[in-house]
Design a protein around this ligand. Structure first.
Ligand code: FDA
Length: 303
């Protein structure tokens, strides 16, 4: 119930405005967001790189309704790519199609994504297309599969909560497209998504086995210790080398686990979001773990 309410709040523009300008809320956001400026995100990237952890940089923003804003978002990603290359950071980028204009026009969004992919390809940098709510699943997969014919450096995300994902995983494996596997962070109806967490977790493990065995460099993106243990067990038992996959986690969540896995020689990548549009991202992180509200409350009480 609380989770649903938080995910509902993530979509409310008026609440977003109010919270985004609140200093205490900004303090809370800093636990999950590297900062509002690219300089801050690059600093975080270099610190993580020193610990042998690579990163995926995300410029926060989604559901833009203005073509100029979508083009500006694509240009921000070009700046990020240039900084990654110039500073030789161990980093790639994560983009959201609704930040590149998917809500406005498919052609606009495709042109923006192609522009980013081309520059990234020139620099040898991989681009991950994040997966948003189910209204975008089919279009995201169509875009990625289409552009996959032109580019080697594009991959996407599948959500184990969606009942359709076993079929999608096959299409992505067949097209040799890199997949980041997640549980899913959006509010979905039980008609298309598993309402029970135990079913989402079980589906995750099944999809993970398929990707580890037959996929191209899958990203096991979770903080779930049991699933991480199962990935370790499965890969060791099947002789799947550590170079053939990576673990991914979110900035600010389970840093201890990130460091342990990296020290043990696993490839670990942390998703590092930055920017001023942090409100929907923050509410999704709260919905995943309502206990985080205690962290918020303690920050609100601080001056
Ligand atoms: P689960 O929710 O079961 O949590 C397992 C444990 O992790 C918890 O017990 C707790 O210890 C810790 N934990 C998890 N979330 C936490 C939080 N917010 N705060 C504090 N502790 C927390 N989703 C999506 O729909 N589209 C996408 O593109 C992406 N991209 C993405 C990239 C990366 C790198 C990651 C790790 C995750 C995503 N996600 C995502 C989010 C994903 O769908 C999911 O909501 C979160 O990863 C939380 O689920 P877990 O797998 O961690 O399991």
């Amino acid at each position: 119930m609380l989770k649903d309410a938080l995910l509902f709040l993530a979509r409310q523009g008026s609440i977003r405005k109010f919270v985004s300008s609140n200093p205490a809320a900004r303090r809370v956001a800093r636990r999950f967001v590297a900062g509002e400026e690219l300089d801050e995100a690059m600093q975080v990237a270099h610190t993580l790189n020193k610990q042998h952890i690579s990163v995926s940089l995300d410029h926060l923003g989604e559901n833009v309704s203005d073509a100029a804003e979508a083009q500006a978002a694509a240009h921000v990603y070009i700046t990020i790519l240039e900084r990654i290359a110039a500073e030789q950071a161990e980093a790639n980028i994560s983009v959201k199609l609704t930040a590149l204009g998917l809500d406005i026009a498919e052609d606009l969004c495709r042109d923006n994504l192609r522009f980013v992919l081309r520059r990234a390809a020139d620099m040898g940098i991989f681009v991950r297309v994040d997966m948003e709510g189910s209204a975008y699943t089919q279009r995201t997969l169509d875009f990625v599969l289409q552009l996959r014919c032109e580019f080697d450096n594009v991959g996407t995300v599948l959500q184990s909560m969606l009942r359709r994902s076993p079929k999608d995983v096959e299409a992505l494996i067949t097209s040799k497209t890199r997949v980041r596997l997640v549980k899913g962070a959006y509010l979905e109806s039980s008609a298309i998504a598993y309402p029970k967490k135990s079913d989402v977790d079980a589906a995750y493990v099944t999809l993970m086995h398929e990707l580890l065995e037959r996929g191209v460099y899958p990203a096991i993106a979770t903080h779930d210790e049991q699933i991480i243990a199962e990935a370790r067990r499965f890969t060791e038992q099947r002789g799947i080398g550590r170079a053939r996959f990576e673990f991914q986690m979110l900035y600010g969540i389970r840093r201890d686990l990130q460091e342990v896995l990296a020290r043990e020689g696993y490839n670990v990548r942390v998703y590092v979001p930055y920017g001023t549009q942090w409100y929907p991202y923050l509410t999704r992180r709260l919905a995943e773990r309502p206990a985080n509200l205690i962290f918020i409350a303690s920050n609100l009480l601080r001056r």
